[in-house]
Design a protein around this ligand. Structure first.
Ligand SMILES: *Cc1c(COP(=O)(O)O)cnc(C)c1O
Length: 427
């Protein structure tokens, strides 16, 4: 029988790459144990929500057509509401992605003349089109909805004075993005989000606080909805889908707001009553069941990578020791050849399409070629191990995911291996 090390060597990992990985990992034991404890807490939270909802085998089969009386869909929405500690939830495969979920929520609660305020700087790229910060057909701007943004201060804290001044009688909704996404600011903790919400509500009590929760679910034991958020929104092909959800988005929050979201997603009069689950409830619920440990695996992979590449002097964001509030890891490699090698390694370690060589291409919506690595069971699922890098200064790779820690570790070792093979690292 092969030893584990033999297996790695047979898969093309050099002995010294393997050995370095082992020594880096050795130093991360305590960190990993703390992550496992968060995962355990969240696992029990999800389990107890399922039991409380009386989740049953009959809920897994699903409906077709209009989808009236889809008890599985209703049970799953009850479970989400219980996990996020909200009055209600909308969890649907008819929500096509995270951007769609955010777009549904915004267009559901806003009316002409209303204003959105982002107190945490710029919003996620795709949301700029939805809001109309970037001109786009059908944007909220076309419907007379305005947008204001207040940037974070130099030290990353909230500019409370400017936020207070920006809130006015038209301000209907505050949009708070938890993860930094592809921005350079830090990712917000739930505690920070809670403090921000408390402040904003002290200025204007009836303002709706909505959190873009993408990539943050189950990283902490609390969610933004535990700390005052009226709406939390995210994608099911990220953390909460646990790698099993083939599509979908969720919105959890106050009952009257969720009703408006359901009306916008379907129609006035029909709201939550339609939307056949087509048998997908099994994957959505099993994915939620797995999500706490899958998120933990992705976090461990990100921390392993930060520590491995810091060993070679590269800048990592977050760094190897910082506390984490999302699953995204950035590494600044400074050279195009290095980010290409990194992506080749991630791809070569994939369970699907491992034989493909990623090359940079001109993607719609980007101002330079982008290289991407993904060998995923669900197309584009970024809870699965994946990486992308715009081919421009500072030549940083953003990567995330890993349904299991051993896979994330192997992918990261493979990325280092490719750099070593190409003679790109002095070691
Ligand atoms: C991924 C993401 C989105 C959009 O999700 P899509 O599913 O790609 O449409 C929005 N906000 C943040 C912070 C994200 O990470």
């Amino acid at each position: 029988m092969n030893t584990l090390k033999d297996y790695y060597l047979n898969l093309g990992i050099d002995e010294r790459v393997y050995d370095l990985g082992e020594s880096i990992e050795e130093n991360l034991r305590e960190r990993f144990e703390a992550i496992d404890r968060v995962a355990e807490y969240n696992q029990i939270k999800v389990l107890s929500a399922m039991q409380k909802a009386g989740f049953a085998e009959a809920h897994l089969s699903g409906t077709t057509g209009y989808g009236y009386n889809d008890s599985g869909r209703e049970a799953l929405e009850q479970i989400y509401a219980e996990v996020f500690h909200t009055e209600d939830a909308l969890v649907r495969q008819q929500i096509t992605c995270g951007t769609h979920a955010l777009s549904v929520a915004l267009s559901a609660v806003l009316r002409p003349g209303d204003e959105i305020l982002s107190p945490v700087g710029k919003v996620y790229d795709t949301l700029e089109g939805v809001i109309g910060v970037r001109e786009e057909k059908g944007s909220l701007a076309e419907f007379g909805i305005a947008f204001k943004q207040v940037d974070l201060l130099e030290d990353g804290s909230f500019d409370l004075e400017a936020i207070k001044n920006a809130v006015n009688e038209k301000t209907k909704l505050i949009e708070i993005q938890r993860s930094k996404g592809y921005d350079t600011r830090h990712t917000l903790s739930c505690k920070e989000i809670g403090e921000l919400i408390t402040f904003v509500k002290s200025v204007k009590p009836d303002v709706i606080c909505m959190v873009d929760n993408c990539y943050g679910e189950f990283v902490e034991t609390v969610e933004p909805s535990d700390l005052g958020a009226d709406l939390v929104v995210g994608s099911l092909i990220k953390n909460p889908g646990g790698g099993l959800a083939p599509i979908g988005g969720y919105i959890c929050g106050k009952r009257d707001l969720i009703e408006l979201c359901a009306i916008r997603l379907t129609t006035p009069g029909l709201a939550k009553e339609v939307g056949a689950s087509l048998g997908v409830t099994r994957q959505l619920s099993q994915g939620l069941f797995l999500a706490p440990t899958v998120t933990a695996a992705a976090l461990k992979g990100a921390i392993f990578a930060a520590n491995l590449y810091e060993h070679f002097g590269f800048k990592t964001v977050p760094n190897g020791t910082e506390e984490r509030f999302d699953i995204i890891q950035a590494v600044e490699f400074g050279k195009p050849e290095l980010i290409e090698a990194f992506c080749e390694g991630i791809q070569a370690a994939a369970p699907v399409d491992s034989f493909v060589k990623p090359i940079p291409w001109d993607m719609p919506g980007y101002d330079c070629p982008v290289i991407m690595a993904a060998g995923a069971f669900v197309s584009g699922a970024s809870i699965e191990l994946s990486a992308d890098a715009p081919m421009k200064e500072p030549y940083a790779v953003y990567f995330q995911g890993g349904l299991t820690y051993p896979h994330a570790k192997y992918g990261i070792l493979m990325s280092l291996q490719k750099m070593v093979e190409k003679g790109l690292l002095v070691w």
